[in-house]
Design a protein around this ligand. Sequence first.
Ligand SMILES: NC(=O)c1ccc[n+]([C@@H]2O[C@H](COP(=O)([O-])OP(=O)(O)OC[C@H]3O[C@@H](n4cnc5c(N)ncnc54)[C@H](OP(=O)(O)O)[C@@H]3O)[C@@H](O)[C@H]2O)c1
Length: 302
Amino acid sequence: MSTQNRQMKILVIGKNGQLAQELSSLSTVNVEVICLGREQIDIIDKSSLFKTIKKQNADAVINACAYTAVDLAEKEPEQAYKINTLAVKNLAEVCKELSLHLVQISTDFVFSGLKSSPYLPNDDIAPLSVYGKTKAEGEQHLTQIIPKSSCTIRTSWVYSCYGNNFVKSMIRLMAEKPELGIICDQIGTPTYAKGLAKIALTAAVEKVTGTHHWTDAGVASWYDFAVAIQELAIEKGLLVEAIPIKAINTESYPTPAKRPSYSVLDKSSSIFSFPNLPIIHWRKQLSCMLDELKNEKEEKQS
Ligand SMILES: NC(=O)c1ccc[n+]([C@@H]2O[C@H](COP(=O)([O-])OP(=O)(O)OC[C@H]3O[C@@H](n4cnc5c(N)ncnc54)[C@H](OP(=O)(O)O)[C@@H]3O)[C@@H](O)[C@H]2O)c1
């Protein structure tokens, strides 16, 4: 059978995260998506990683696993390094040996946030946190080891119906608390994991190379995002009533990890490299996710 006729196999490392769960539903007649979790693959042990990946006989690999606990990483830098840097180096070396294309997901937290116009993929990186630093070092291994057979997609503020994220936390807190204070001086863009999954899969299938930025369209502060979550959640019957939401400064909500105050990502290179993937405004994407959350809730109740 020629390669053109056979179903492509894309191996996703990680299984239970937001991105991996969205990827797992993207199999088609032409593309099979296989997700392996901790039980099946050890990303720290290179020889076991090599054996497991080889056995899968895949066409490309997407790394959807990461140490994403941004604040905890300040206390556990070794753990964050192992998963965000060392495992990515291992993966890059294994993919090189097996001639496999590798798609890595990175973050807006590789930037300092001192710019006031959208960050370009080749802008200088200057991470402020352990998480950002370990992700940046992971990126560098990819560009050193397999520059011509890897793609790094930087994204920001990811949410979905799966796992824990800002949208789900806000809905829970808005139902429990009399009022909320949300940071208004960190500016970025929310990203629905469903769209991120589509670009990651396209990068793997089409073997896109280089570093690209992907978020939903538009710009927001966490405060803007929270206000929209409340408005739309009430409209869809996920919340009963509005509570006051106060705009607060980063200074009045100190966290162990420093975050960039501005991390809007310029997506021009993605528009060029992924011409069939529309970049949709974050508020519209948020509305889609809340519809999905509502359907899930109704299915559980019925
Ligand atoms: N979430 C965001 O706001 C955000 C923003 C910018 C960039 N990103 C990047 O986007 C990508 C996807 O993020 P996400 O939100 O989908 O992350 P997530 O929901 O936190 O999922 C990360 C996954 O990595 C897995 N993992 C961690 N350590 C592992 C290990 N040693 N072995 C195997 N699996 C391990 C976790 O497995 P368990 O579930 O078993 O622990 C988890 O399923 C990541 O590269 C992240 O850095 C995320």
